[in-house]
Ligand binder design. Sequence first.
Ligand SMILES: [Zn+2]
Ligand SMILES: [Zn+2]
Length: 650
Amino acid sequence: MIQVTLPDGSIKAVAAGSTPMDVAKSISEGLARNVLSASYNGETVETATALTTDGSLVLYTWNDVNGKKAFWHSTSHVLAQALQELYSGIKLTIGPAIETGFYYDVDFGEHKVTDADFKKIEDRILEIAREKHEFTMRSATKAEALAFYAKENNPYKTELISNLEDGTITFCDHATFTDLCRGGHIPNTGFIKAMKIMSVAGAYWRGDEKNKQLTRVYGVSFPKQKDLTDYLELLEEAKRRDHRKLGKELELFAFSQKVGQGLPLWLPKGAALRDRLEQFLKKAQKKAGYEQVVTPHIGQKELYVTSGHYAKYGADSFQPINTPAEGEEFLLKPMNCPHHCEIYNTKPWSYKDLPKRYAEFGTVYRYEQSGELHGLTRVRGFTQDDAHIFCTPEQLDEEFKKVIDLVLYVFSSLGFENFTAQISLRDQENREKYIGSDENWEKAENAIINAARDKGLNTVVEYGEAAFYGPKLDFMVKDALGRQWQLGTIQVDYNLPERFDLTYKGNDDKLHRPVMIHRAPFGSMERFIAILLEHTAGNFPLWLMPEQAIILSLSEKYENYAKKVLNLLENHEIRALIDNRNETIGKKIRDAEMQKMPFMLIVGEDEEQNGTIAVRRHGQEGRGNNSMTIDQFALLVQEEIDKTLKVFNV
Ligand SMILES: [Zn+2]
Ligand SMILES: [Zn+2]
């Protein structure tokens, strides 16, 4: 008998040679039906692997990342089999599971695979799936493995094997198909009930453009047909909400090849939106004791050598700018922190002056490969809602809590209700790779943990994820489609105060090092607005909308009244505009809907006579016959704004 420990701590005694599937069956039939893969003592095993020693077993289902990974990895084997059957002489390379689904990189030789081929590939995969083939792992010597692919005339697999150590090579067999593989499969192909080929794209062998271009076939598979249907619907919705598409439709931002890739141009409406977000945060920051500073977009190379950013961003990023005077080298600013350190250094500080909190909407530039650029989420120049807090170690606790308050205020005002906080701490085993004293680290880590607990945050702790210079807290938000994004971050830093020789005089009259906190609730304006666009589908909270209302006149006759209404709205500080075009009211409403106008105010004869407006809400059916005065409407707008935009209290 062997002792198998389960994740809940319970121990099962089973006969030596029992498999993870046997253990699942001994727990419940229901579990056994859902088990997709397993790990034993932290190593991936097959559900049919005989367990011969005591150990810890984890069984994975579709609800686990590892379960999905095994599912998609297994489907990629079936994809490879189907492709090999359908296209003679092709050469397989690698086929991993990815975040959603899997791909296989294939040298198709003479064949060309297009969308038109997807159906027949899918049909064949599902046919193989229905035959319920088991996946079986077996070891092979290096010579055997090389011989196998020599026979298949496959130089890619041969290259992979040449880099493997003899004795570590394994194959996976299912049906008539064999692939080089490290393991981790679902029990049999029958679990695959639905699958779709998503796309094909070019991909270089080993990601190197000097190598031959292969075809990457992307697919996704599910244990239920409904899961696939839901997934495809989600993709459609994501497409409708794509911030690149909405940004164009709403005229918020644009890109110009002439200006350069990855450098967004903010159009008037987008700039107004950004400005509103900035004013919102500035107002809260002012209350929280921040002071606004401004620093240049470039700095001497030496500055970034001192800060260590040159070592990090120097070689792989934008190269130094040389001035006509010899010997001068400047870099585009990759981070605002060094500049803020130098602001701190402009005068001596006493512990009584601290904390100092310097805030700046600072634009930074980092090189990204053109293939990596994506709308506003991956750009080459972006503006951080940055701030640096310089405090004494004793103040860290309090400061951290204050920053969390500010971040939570930002999230609630912008409608992000679903988030978790990831606390990144040191690797327990490997403490020497971190800068700063043990005592300070302990203080900082405890400050973060306590602050998060105090504020009732839903947290995950990750050991070994801290930066070398300090622990951090990252906020991960879930958007309306359930996708996870990393937003605001709060980081403790012991490194820069050291590098810039920052000091303050303590009450012992001696000089001490302040602790530095980096924090950015939005992260960057670009990324934040992209996420906000996709989260709200462009229906921002009312306080943030570029325009809150549009006045639609029934005909040109009511132009003067429309202007009068606009005037009154402006007196109430409601942002509005008039659609005076010679169009039908139906057309005007449709266009306003497209523009995501929160309120449409229809004015005609009745309204002019009674001094009212007919209010139609965005997304509402029909013309809207909710007649009211401007004062009543202003009250309605204020009430709605007050629901999301609260006053920030410190
Ligand atoms: Zn495999
Ligand atoms: Zn910083």
